[in-house]
Design a protein around this ligand. Sequence first.
Ligand code: TXA
Ligand code: MG
Length: 322
Amino acid sequence: MPADGDLGEAAALLRTGGLVAFPTETVYGLGANALDARAAARIFEAKQRPSFDPLITHLADAADLEPLVGPVSPAVAALAARFWPGPLTLIVDRPEQIPPIVTSGLDSMAVRVPDQEHARRLIAAAGVPVAAPSANRFGQLSPTRAEHVVHGLGTAVDLVLDGGPSRCGIESTIVDARGERPVVLRLGALPVEELEKVTGPVTVRPGNSGQPVAPGTLAAHYAPRTPLRLVPGAELADAAGAGRGCLAFRDRPAGAWTAVEVLSAAGDLTEAAARLFDALHRLDAAGVVEIVAEPVPEMGVGRAVNDRLRRAAATWHPASGD
Ligand code: TXA
Ligand code: MG
């Protein structure tokens, strides 16, 4: 866990244009001062991220939103009041002070308040909004532990704060609630069912257009280096074999696998989400030639888990883009 001195050093680095990887409740973020175009540019460089993929700006407190962006719509205000701090990213109009590189030239900006003590203390101490994508190279598995960041980004980062494993383990849900009916741009750790309790029915539209508004919604994304194939749970045993790794939801699969990861023996979707990327990182390191994964139940945060699995599989089967 980071000591106060580490947080102070990290905050100072952020203020002076440095790159700091920090824990959030969803996944680890790669942070830079969102008011500093050069610092933001370093994020794109370190991640090898295409410049068309905008960043999420992180605030220490929900009360910091309107001073930065001005008045927001009633639906945005209601969602922020209900779910911040927490795994929800809201789309707002980009304010003047945020340089266009942060939003890839869009007039809109994605913003959230993480529910992680070290993250909020870091952002508060830095005294600036913090632009932070997930702290992995573009298209690869998201990091849910400090060691994933060190392994994936290495010396491209000035400092990595270790806050232990991420509680949710899957990225925030992204919602554009500026119009009539809210639109979910990326399924994530906050289930759609929870959102709808506040806003009424929403439209779910993660990356179904030719030009993705949220590249976390590109058909191929969140991918391990090992090819991943999705098969129904009932067919898992048939897919077993030496050199293969299995990602199962609840039951230990039959058959001779080289490596097996069970996401939640209790059948708990929240636990499964929390363990998803960690399990994929381990299977990727197990030296298997293929990862065979079963989908989890398509409800609650399970929808976001399946979304990640489909995108990981799509890397190797590009025809299946949605
Ligand atoms: O949980 C999370 O959201 C994590 C932690 C670190 O906060 N961050 C994260 O960032 O997942 P990233 O960069 O990996 O994904 C951000 C997504 C991208 O798909 C991006 O396209 C979308 O947010 N996004 C950013 N600004 C946007 C905007 N103005 N309109 C639509 N989508 C936007
Ligand atoms: Mg990401």
